[in-house]
Design a binder for this molecule. Structure first.
Ligand SMILES: Nc1ncnc2c1ncn2[C@@H]1O[C@H](COP(=O)(O)OP(=O)(O)OP(=O)(O)O)[C@@H](O)[C@H]1O
Length: 229
């Protein structure tokens, strides 16, 4: 459970994010707790009661900074830091070498010559991919996407979805919050629904997503549990 100022944002929510299926969508009405759930997954927020398990470990016992390198997040509003794209990536991973920087850019569908660009003078779609590269440079195993394309035009959405699809092909696990149900049906192998802070069911998403590895649900990637004493 997550309770803020007496209001329960999540209550009695238990769900398993299946490992190996690629993209798990998270859907629900505004205020239902989707962002709260994502923030719990990389310990930007801690549950009032209950536990989040990441590959069997209670994340409350993991070092938050180390966890956030393994579980990266991209937000709705891209927030590049002042400076160049290189500066942005090095802020996330100061020890990154040239190969690491270029790999992060490539995985975010950006060219290597972007490193010298002013990160504050970009279109929304470009800024979002720079933020994605900044997250990817820490080489996370899991990506949390909180409505990353809601402010982008159709072309930029397509580029972003394709980039995430390529990451999934490389083995990335993704939890993707979106208000656009058609998008979730397009990209996600499975969609978890949340309503009023409670788990409200599972829906099958894209038929082709994750078919190679679907069924390996013995591995719980993340479990948002409410274990009241
Ligand atoms: N910082 C905060 N302090 C107090 N209450 C908050 C805070 N952030 C969110 N809430 C409340 O927690 C509940 C869940 O919010 P959350 O942002 O997780 O929902 P959401 O499903 O992501 O909504 P949206 O789709 O509108 O982004 C809501 O009732 C919201 O008003």
């Amino acid at each position: 459970m997550v309770e803020r100022q007496g209001i329960k944002a999540l209550d009695g929510f238990t769900a398993r994010i299946r490992r190996g299926i690629g993209i798990t969508g998270l859907a629900g009405p505004s205020g239902s707790g989707k962002s709260t759930l994502l923030r719990l997954c990389n310990r930007m927020e801690v549950p009032t009661t209950g536990r989040i398990l990441f590959r069997g470990d209670d994340i409350a016992e993991l070092d938050p900074l180390a966890l956030r390198r393994r579980v990266g997040m991209v937000f709705q509003k891209p927030t590049p830091f002042p400076g160049t794209v290189r500066d942005n990536l090095l802020t996330a991973s100061p020890a990154a070498g040239s190969d690491d920087l270029h790999r992060a850019l490539r995985r975010a569908s950006l060219e290597g010559d972007w490193l010298g660009r002013d990160a504050t003078a970009l279109s929304g779609g470009e800024a979002q991919r720079v933020c994605m590269a900044r997250t990817l440079v820490t080489e996370p195993d899991v990506l949390l996407l909180d409505e990353p394309t809601s402010a982008l035009d159709a072309d930029a959405v397509e580029v972003f979805e394709r980039a995430v699809g390529d990451l999934v092909d490389e083995g990335m696990e993704v939890i993707w919050v979106s208000h656009d149900h058609a998008q979730l049906l397009r990209v996600a192998a499975e969609i978890l629904r949340i309503d009023g802070g409670r788990f409200a069911g599972t829906e099958t998403g894209a038929e082709t997503a994750g078919t190679e590895t679907a069924g390996t649900d013995a591995d719980s990637t993340t479990r948002a549990g409410d274990e009241r004493r």
